[in-house]
Design a protein around this ligand. Structure first.
Ligand code: PTJ
Length: 249
């Protein structure tokens, strides 16, 4: 792999791209994941490759909502596993959530490779392999979930995916936190808390907020107020505006 100098203006974006490439080579990420990353990069470029204030507010609301949850689950696909494996494990620890592998292009080999990769990054328990329950109304592989994981979760973090499952999970009454750089995607539009940010920035920032709230012993009332104050329409609009304006320095 070509060494990327730190002072390269697009160093972070290029490193992220290499992580996805490595994911494909390790059998973690699907080839379609490369295309999904390209799409995400284009939105991120227009956002200025930064966490805009409305995204930070969404990440704080997401952290508060996860801390309030009875049974939160973080869903992991091939792109998420390649980009933020350790960061997902840290977020799961910070909010006491389960990690569950859920794939669109599901094969036993990829499921195992991703579960192993998460364990290599410190995960103790990885769900998704039992696949002993189904999400009603979905006829593809993403319908396969664990009974004691996504099936019985009250809050699910759904990063980087198409809209079908997001809609089906909403139908089941789950509260969804979607991480997606496209504010117009069906997943983002369906989410109770849409996080319009690159997953490489969003997940560590959610963890930072969760730790801060936990360490200072934020009350249930305070957490509920943070969630109630978050305005999803406003956040979606702010991101779309920033992308359409695309003011680059
Ligand atoms: O690993 P699998 O088999 O479950 O497949 C996963 C992919 C991502 C291939 C599959 O879910 C897919 O095709 O997704 P889409 O329909 O391309 O949607 C992915 C969404 O994630 C798009 O709206 C992208 O803009 C967005 N996205 C891509 N990269 C990032 C991102 N959002 C945040 N951070 C990123 N790094």
């Amino acid at each position: 792999m070509t060494e990327i100098p730190d002072d390269h203006p697009r160093a972070e974006s290029l490193r992220t791209r290499h992580r996805i490439e490595d994911g494909v080579e390790l059998g973690i990420t699907s080839k379609q994941g490369l295309i999904a990353q390209g799409r995400g990069e284009a939105y991120d470029y227009l956002l200025g490759e930064e966490t805009i204030p409305s995204a930070d507010a969404a990440e704080r609301a997401a952290a508060a909502r996860l801390l309030l949850a009875d049974h939160p689950v973080l869903s992991v696909n091939g792109n998420v596993a390649a980009l933020v494996p350790g960061e997902m494990v840290e977020l799961a620890e910070a909010v006491d959530a389960d990690l569950e592998v859920n794939l669109f292009n599901r094969t036993a080999e990829r499921m195992e490779a991703i579960a192993d990769h998460l364990r290599d990054h410190g995960a103790e328990d990885v769900k998704g392999l039992a696949a002993d329950a189904r999400i009603p109304g979905l006829d593809h592989e993403r319908a396969k979930v664990d009974e004691d994981g996504i099936r019985s979760a009250d809050v699910v973090v759904v990063p980087l995916e198409d809209g079908d499952r997001a809609e089906a999970l909403a139908e089941m009454g789950k509260t969804e936190i979607v991480v997606d750089l496209n504010p117009m995607s069906r997943s983002a539009q369906t989410a109770a808390i849409p996080v319009i940010d690159n997953i490489v920035r969003a997940v560590p920032n959610m963890t930072k907020h969760a730790r801060e709230l936990r360490e200072r012993g934020a009350s249930r009332e305070e957490l509920e107020a943070i969630v109630a104050e978050f305005d999803r329409e406003e956040a979606l609009e702010a991101a779309e505006k920033a992308i359409r304006r695309g003011e680059l320095d």
